[in-house]
Ligand binder design. Structure first.
Ligand SMILES: [Zn+2]
Length: 204
């Protein structure tokens, strides 16, 4: 937990930080309320409300925090694809984007597509625009970026760590194989790739 609190009070001037810290706090607090270790929280994402939730012992859904806030820390206010700036408090909030698009559900690949492992924050141009990702698969170099993001959250003591491991694999090799296998299946189903137009230098 030391790293968690160090991150929480870190001197980063990023204006999105209070929301991200609040999201982390909600994850830990929910675990306490349910009487489990934060490491044992099985967090799911509800695309309709763009929020993260857990299911308690009575099988009731318990909303935890906005997915946007929970995911923002790693990206530090930049679009996952083009690195453009966004604010969590302004009018042009980023979209919670499925890296592997939601339409893969129709191709039978939907099993874990709403998992946190597959969610990133994207500017509207990348997610919705005419040159946006829409229902295409990001290129392989972007898959490496997603893998780096997931590995970073797992290596740090982020409250979503164990959820990511439960969804993609306990070991790093297993997780890489999971992503590669998903990519191959998605490519077979959708064929075409998508590349963003980057507007700033690569940040992650
Ligand atoms: Zn973008």
């Amino acid at each position: 937990m030391t790293q968690f609190f160090a991150d929480l009070i870190g001197g980063d001037q990023n204006p999105n930080l209070p929301l991200e810290a609040e999201a982390r706090w909600r994850l830990v607090e929910t675990a306490w309320e349910l009487g489990v270790s934060p490491a044992l929280l099985a967090v799911s994402h509800d695309p309709a409300t763009e929020s993260l939730f857990v299911v308690d012992a009575d099988r009731r859904r318990k909303s935890i925090t906005g997915a946007r806030d929970a995911l923002s820390g790693y990206q530090k206010g930049h679009c996952f694809y083009c690195f453009d700036n966004f604010s969590l408090t302004g009018a042009a909030q980023p979209d919670v984007d499925h890296f592997f698009p939601h339409c893969l559900k129709a191709a039978g690949l939907g099993g874990s597509i709403d998992g946190v492992w597959n969610l990133v924050l994207a500017c509207r141009r990348c997610n919705r625009g005419v040159a946006g990702e829409s229902s295409l698969i990001p290129s392989i170099r972007l898959l490496a970026r997603l893998s780096t993001r997931n590995e970073f959250l797992i290596a740090s003591s982020h409250p979503l760590r164990d959820t990511l491991m439960a969804q993609t694999g306990a070991g790093e090799v297993e997780r890489r194989e999971f992503l590669n296998a998903f990519y191959m299946e998605a490519r077979a189903a959708l064929v075409h790739y998508w590349e963003p137009v980057e507007v700033a230098e690569a940040l992650f």
